[in-house]
Design a protein around this ligand. Sequence first.
Ligand code: MLT
Length: 241
Amino acid sequence: MEQKNKPVIEVCLSPALLHLYNVADTVVVIIDIFRATSTITAALHNGAKCVIPVASVEECIRVGASVSGSITAGERDGKVIEGLQFGNSPSEYPSEFISGKTLVLTTTNGTRLLHMVTGAEEIVIGSFLNLHALCSYLVLRGKKVLLACASWKDKFNLEDTLFAGAVVDVVQNDFEINCDSARAALYLHTQSNGDYISFLRNSSHYLRLSAYGLHDELAYCVTTDLHPVLPVLRGKEIVSL
Ligand code: MLT
C-alpha cells in the first residue's frame, strides 16, 4: 500500500529569517504571544466582526475613520499610542465592548510580520488562547506549516518560541520535523513543564510589560484554550473561521 508523506512543519524564529523559508503552498501561523496575536484571538472570540492589521499609526487612524463601527488600537514599544483609542491587551476586548465592532490594530512586531508574509497558501493566527483549535486546524488542512515568530524587533524571543514548541508538541505525529528550530522550540517547551508564566518570568518582554503593571495581561496571554477560535487572514481582514 502506498504510504502518504506527512507534511513538513518548520519554525521561523525571527522575521529577519523569513526570507529563508519558501511559504508557497504553506499555512503560515503568525505568533506574537505578548501580545498582538493573543489580543486578536480574544477580540474575535468575543465577537469582533474582524481585525484589520495595519503597519503604521497614521494608517490605523485613517482606516479607523473610514470604517464604520471600528475602533483604533495598538502600541509601540509596549505602550499605548497617542492618537489611538485603545491598547494591545486582550482583556481590553470583552464581548460587551468588542462584539460587532471592527478592531483596527497596529503593533510593533505582530502586525509588522503579518504584512511581511506574501505568497502563502493561508495566514492564520496562533496564541496559547487558541492552541488546540489551531492545532486541530493544521492537522485537518494537512498542508506544509511555517510557525512564524514575531519576536522583538527581529531579535529571538522566548514566549513566541515556547508557543511554537507547544504547537509542535501537539501536532508532531502528523507532521515531518526536519528543522532544528522546530526541535529547539520543542525542547524549550518540554523544559517549561507547562508552567509558562514561571518559565517566562525573566524574559525580556515579560520584564518590559510587567514594568508597566501588566502582570495580569501576561498571565492572560499564556492561558491555554481560553478562546478556541481560528483567526484567518482574508484579504485585508482577519476573521474567525
Ligand atoms: C508587538 O506586536 O510587538 C507586541 O504585541 C507588543 C506588545 O503589545 O506588547
